[in-house]
Structure formats: C-alpha cells, structure tokens
Design a protein around this ligand. Structure first.
Ligand SMILES: C[S@@+](CC[C@H](N)C(=O)[O-])C[C@H]1O[C@@H](n2cnc3c(N)ncnc32)[C@H](O)[C@@H]1O
Length: 252
C-alpha cells in the first residue's frame, strides 16, 4: 500500500524543483533532512590554469545559481517549516557555501548543534601548489529546537565503545557505488551517509532529501528502513537513483 505525506507519496523521487516540491509537504512532518545542495562552485570559473595545464572544477548548470543567497534562504526556510519540532537538518558544504548556510540557518531560527567534517583520505592534490590540498567537506547539523535525535549507542558501536568525534574519515566515493550511473558530486554511501542517517534518525522516520542527485541519501534511508521523499530536476540522475534503489533488493 502506498504511504502518503499530504498529497505526496513517500519513498518516491519527484522530478520537480525543490522549492515547488517542498511547498507540498505538510508543516512539522519531517524527522531528518539530509541536504547536499549546489555549492555554486561553477560560478567561479570553469578551469584553473597552472603550469601550462588546465584543470576542471565543478561546472554544472545546476551548480551555477544566479541569486545563490536567495535560493539557499528559500530552501532552508521551507526545510524549517516542514521539520518536526526537534527534527534535524544535515547540510553539506565547503568554503564556497558553508558559511552562508550557517549564517542563514541562524537567521531562520535553527539551533546549530555541530559541524561534522568529512575527512577524505585520497582527495585529489592541489595541482597549482598555491593552496593546501582541499581534502574536507563540512556537514552542518542543526535542529528545530530541542528534542533532537543523537543515537549515542550507535555512535559508541562504531568507535570501540566511546562516543565519536565530529570527524568522519574515509576515502572518496568508491567506483562500486557508481555502477548504475555517474554523478559529478556523488557522496559516499558506506561509511559516511549511513553513519549520518543512523546517528540522527530511527527506523520508520521520514527523511527528506531535497537534492536527490544519484540518490546516495535515499538509498541510505531505504537500506536503513526509513521512509523518505526526494526532489531532483535532472531525469538522468533520477534514473540512476532508481536503478540504485532497485539494486538494493539484489546486491547491496
Ligand atoms: C550536489 S548534487 C547531490 C548529489 C547527491 N548527494 C549524490 O550523492 O548523488 C545536487 C543535485 O541537486 C539537483 N538540483 C539543483 N537545483 C535543483 C532544484 N532547484 N530543484 C531540484 N533539484 C535541484 C542537481 O541536479 C544535483 O543533482
């Protein structure tokens, strides 16, 4: 039987603009939001040039947003409305967007609980030599007031009986997680996404993934018996995400 959330079906990806889609979600209905939004990196230029070489940075139409602050404010504000009291949001970023995200969260009324660091052990070197090698991404954890979920017993279970630190160290997204299609900014499922979902939600909870991409966060939610809902504008990414979901019943 189909499970509903207002007029939307749960456990389904909608091909829809995130802000339009979120308007259809009832107030105070979501337990956890995992957002991996555009970082607006592309706006800063397509190539880096150094030592007669050109190096590509992220340059995707979906990542280049004219009024980035307004866009970020709108989806964060809708996120706040749909979160239950005590619900959590986890939002990814780098230096390009993380400070603005944290500032806007604060303005909207979220309580910032921590900032996780994803420490990538095999990040690509800094070819220009003008900066240290960028090898981390950040994930802000914030809640809508008190009563948030932090599963300490789970945290201890993955760290020799002790609470974890707010650093998650793994290698980059492995090829085996890309066999159903590629996405230029695909997050890691095993050892990153699964940890975040286990820490901040429980079985049966409803998880909102505003930016589906290739589906890493919804696949994690499905694997861990959460309900979920997601939005994405690009049909090719939706196809990849659906193939990954189908594969769960075969080989994950
Ligand atoms: C950073 S990627 C998410 C990647 C995902 N975490 C994964 O592992 O595959 C952001 C995604 O948001 C989608 N997107 C960008 N703007 C959007 C919008 N206004 N509404 C819905 N989706 C959007 C893009 O097409 C892109 O796939």
């Amino acid at each position: 039987m189909k499970k509903l959330l207002g007029s939307l079906e749960l456990n389904r990806i909608y091909q829809r603009d995130v802000i339009e889609g979120m308007k259809m979600i009832p107030d105070n209905s979501i337990y956890l939001i995992i957002a991996d939004p555009p970082y607006n990196i592309g706006k800063k230029g397509n190539y880096l040039e150094a030592n007669d070489h050109k190096f590509r940075t992220v340059k995707e139409d979906w990542d280049t947003i004219e009024n980035f602050e307004e866009f970020t404010y709108k989806w964060l504000k809708e996120s706040y409305r749909v979160l239950r009291p005590g619900g959590s949001i986890l939002s990814y970023g780098t230096k390009h967007n993380i400070y603005m995200t944290g500032y806007l969260m604060d303005q909207i009324g979220y309580e910032i609980r921590t900032e996780y660091t994803w420490n990538k052990t095999n990040a690509a070197p800094c070819w220009t030599g003008r900066n240290p090698t960028e090898s981390t991404e950040n994930i802000i954890w914030a809640s809508k007031g008190k009563g948030w979920t932090y599963n300490l017993h789970y945290a201890k279970s993955i760290n020799d009986g002790k609470n974890i630190r707010n650093v998650i160290t793994t290698s980059l997204t492995p090829q085996r997680e890309k066999e159903y299609g590629k996405h230029p900014t695909q997050k890691r499922l095993e050892g990153l996404t699964d940890i975040l979902i286990n820490l901040h939600s429980n079985q049966g909870d409803i998880v909102l993934v505003p930016f589906c991409g290739s589906g890493t966060e919804i696949v994690g939610a499905q694997m861990l018996n959460r309900n979920w809902i997601s939005f994405e504008t690009n049909p090719e990414y939706i196809e990849t995400a659906n193939k990954r979901l189908d594969s769960l019943y075969i080989d994950y």
